[in-house]
Design a protein around this ligand. Structure first.
Ligand code: NI
Length: 252
């Protein structure tokens, strides 16, 4: 049994969501956690959790929404988090310095408002950090929260900093890419610190790169990790599921 800790499931990306869910169940995906991270996708994520047993969600505003989100959206987020038991946490939230154009100060402000909310509601967070490790670490250190560093792709040194802070690293399709440095990082950390994710519909693992991603490819990521760690896929499934159960309360 596998858990996809981070994916996006939207009618704009998939023609037949019933089929996607069926295919996932067939390859032993037992839970998928959708990330609703814009105003529209928050609503759609909640809709999906109501429709499908295996679907859970985290909701929170992505840094690329930093110029759009206003106080009323944050209040709305808080109300939704309090009133839906299948919403497990806040995310993806964080900092993205890869593209110019989104004011860094606005990003930091939105990030911190949502970390405060996570602390207040005692919920885990899903962190999006791109080209922004230092500021992400400095800000996270100010809050007592736990969570996942989504799509981790940093150095071993950065991995160890996050692990020491109590965070799990979300590992996805990037680990299967030819020139990925992730295998070397994973070799040097314990499976106890890893959770599986696809970030579908993006970041499709090899050998399906170029096609639309889906949670059904989670076993490919688990297999790659099992080879790196010289263990079985079953062991990777077991430990990563335990890690998820430590972090998320699936019976909120
Ligand atoms: Ni994502």
């Amino acid at each position: 049994m596998f858990i996809d800790t981070h994916c996006h499931l939207s009618k704009k990306d998939y023609n037949d969501i019933d089929l996607v869910i069926k295919e996932n169940i067939k390859v032993s995906i037992n839970k998928m956690i959708i990330s609703g991270c814009e105003i529209d996708s928050v609503d759609e994520a909640i809709e999906m959790t109501k429709k499908y047993d295996i679907v859970y969600a985290t909701i929170g505003y992505h840094p690329d929404q930093a110029s759009i989100i206003v106080d009323k959206d944050i209040n709305n987020l808080e109300n939704l988090l309090k009133s839906n038991e299948k919403i497990l946490g806040i995310g993806e939230i964080g900092l993205d310095y890869h593209y110019d154009g989104i004011d860094k100060e606005k990003q930091k402000k939105l990030f911190e408002i949502q970390l405060k909310l996570a602390e207040k509601l005692d919920l885990p967070v899903i962190i999006h950090s791109r080209d922004a490790s230092k500021d992400t670490i400095d800000i996270l250190n100010k809050y007592k929260v736990k969570g996942i560093i989504h799509c981790f792709s940093g150095s071993l040194e950065t991995a160890n900093i996050y692990i020491k802070m109590g965070y799990k690293l979300g590992i996805g399709g990037v680990v299967t890419f030819k020139n990925s440095k992730l295998p070397d990082v994973i070799k040097n950390i314990s499976l106890d610190n890893i959770v599986l994710e696809t970030d579908s519909p993006y970041l499709t693992p090899d050998p399906y790169r170029g096609k639309i991603n889906s949670s059904k490819y989670i076993p490919i990521i688990a297999e790659k990790i099992s080879i790196i760690k010289n263990t079985t896929v079953e062991e990777v499934a077991k430990i990563t599921t335990i890690n998820c159960n430590d972090l998320f309360d699936f019976n909120r």
